[in-house]
Design a protein around this ligand. Structure first.
Ligand code: SDX
Length: 435
């Protein structure tokens, strides 16, 4: 369809001798939508779109992605500018309330988040129920789901004040729970948050400090961590965000909805890709073996995919990947790992993939997970913690989208339909007559 034409005001669907006309709704920017809400009621038909590749599930004002132009906007602000000039808690305020905070608003927000960073002391005993070798994501899903057992005074979603408190609690407590999940699996004591540290430094201290010596913050690593949180904060209606919205549409409490989002993010096709990408680089091991793996990635009969490449929306470079690459170099230079062999494999794999006909034709470019894994490994995190960090950062996006859905007067419980191709009606057969 010629994008230069003025947007159509309506669309007509012709099925047999049936014509059905419906409004077309334009967005501020990006694709218009054909409003099919009345399709079934007026024609008796559904649309069919597995994976929702062409379906808008909601109207939103939070994040906009242009996959062809490699654009990502949070409330209209380009991700590059926010990552360069802003910080994560300022970005949280922007995603939640729609505007960058004034100095007074920012101080108040930072204070309120800071004073919610501790978790109920009973949570420490809750953790004791996990095996020490549990995957940190299993621990995080369990502990976040359990928050509604500790903070049931902020689970009434009809009360705006309780929604606000639950939101602040989750943004504030995720770093504490993530660090506890990490410490528990490595057998070290939990480190309490410190209110005089900024969000990223506080998190790194809770992860890497030990009671035996003073923790020395590293500003380069703290800045990199804060930027990684900004890059992962929100991303339209991705799988985990759609999960949070769907869970929230039934009226489930916000802690349960976020736990559902964490569970969905864990999949290797989604947030688990950073862990899978680093494992893949380790398996390739040396630049000489890259052609063998590129060949496997192209083989339709081989389920192997290049983890960290490709995206449902970005059909050119993921703008976050560029910023992630810059952050990766800063961290490796600071740590003194600039000749990290994995980076050598990653750089050569990227070079090959960006010049290979197959990847160009399929528009498979490095996504954010490609460089985040190397960066997080250099910062001292085990691969099993990578998706935990993604979940920590994405919590504000899930909360902002959940808040937008709850406050949308037109929202109703999400309940997709189906194309049924199973057995037509048939009568029960006693076992004596079955063959
Ligand atoms: C995230 O949605 C979001 O916004 C997610 C995210 C966020 O911030 O929330 O951006 C975070 O999840 C990033 C994506 C991380 N996942 C990976 O890196 C895993 C590897 N990538 C693939 O699994 C895949 O690219 C997806 C799942 C990301 C996207 O898959 P699509 O859009 O459903 O595309 P597809 O699977 O239909 O692939 C199209 C073609 C296929 O070939 P054909 O069937 O057309 O012949 O490209 C091929 C695929 O075989 N292909 C790949 C590939 N990804 C797609 N071939 C080799 N390696 C790959 N990585």
């Amino acid at each position: 369809m010629d994008a230069k034409q003025p947007p159509a005001k309506s669309a007509t669907l012709t099925v047999g001798n049936q014509k059905w006309e419906t409004p077309v709704r334009p967005g501020t920017i990006g694709p218009s939508v054909v409003d099919i809400a009345k399709l079934y009621g007026e024609t008796g038909m559904f649309t069919y779109d597995p994976g929702f590749t062409s379906t808008a599930s909601c109207e939103s004002k939070i994040t906009y992605i242009d996959g062809d132009e490699g654009i990502l906007l949070y409330r209209g602000y380009p991700i590059e500018q926010l990552a360069e000039h802003g910080d994560f808690l300022e970005t949280c305020y922007l995603l939640l309330y729609g505007e960058l905070p004034t100095s007074a608003q920012k101080s108040d927000f930072v204070h309120r988040v800071t004073y919610h960073t501790m978790v109920h002391e009973q949570m420490s005993r809750f953790f004791q129920g996990f095996r020490r070798d549990a995957h940190p994501m299993a621990v995080l899903v369990g502990s976040v789901g359990a928050l509604s057992a500790f903070y049931h005074d902020s689970t009434d979603i009809a009360d705006p004040q309780q929604r606000l408190i639950a939101s602040l609690r989750m943004i504030a407590k995720m770093p504490t729970l993530a660090a506890m999940a990490f410490k528990y699996t490595i057998g070290q004591p939990f480190i309490y948050p410190k209110n005089d540290l900024d969000y990223a430094t506080n998190f790194l201290r809770m992860c890497f400090a030990v009671p035996c010596e003073d923790y020395k913050p590293n500003q380069v690593l703290a800045r990199a961590m804060d930027r990684i949180f900004i890059l992962h904060a929100d991303h339209e209606q991705n799988a985990s965000t759609s999960t949070v919205r769907l869970a929230g549409s039934s009226g489930a409490n916000p802690f349960a909805c976020i736990a559902a989002g964490i569970a969905c993010l864990w999949g290797p096709a989604h947030g688990g890709a950073n862990e899978a990408a680093l494992k893949m680089l380790g398996e390739i091991g040396h630049v000489d073996r890259i052609p063998e793996y590129v060949k496997r990635a192209k083989d339709k009969n081989d389920p192997f995919r290049l983890m960290g490449f490709g995206h449902r929306v970005y059909k050119h470079y993921d703008p976050r990947a560029k910023i992630m690459q810059k952050t990766c170099y800063e961290v490796l230079n600071e740590i003194g790992h600039k000749d990290d062999p994995l980076l050598g494999v990653a750089m050569e794999l990227e070079r090959i993939a960006l010049h290979d006909e197959y990847f160009i034709e399929k528009k498979l470019y490095p996504n954010i997970d490609f460089y985040s894994g190397i960066t997080l490994k250099a910062m001292g995190f085990p691969t099993a913690m990578f998706t935990v960090l993604f979940a920590l950062a994405r919590t504000v996006g899930w909360i902002a989208q959940w808040k937008e859905m709850i406050e949308d007067p037109s929202q109703k419980i999400g309940r997709p339909r189906q194309l049924y191709t199973g057995a037509a009606r048939r009568d029960y057969q006693p076992i004596s007559r079955r063959k």
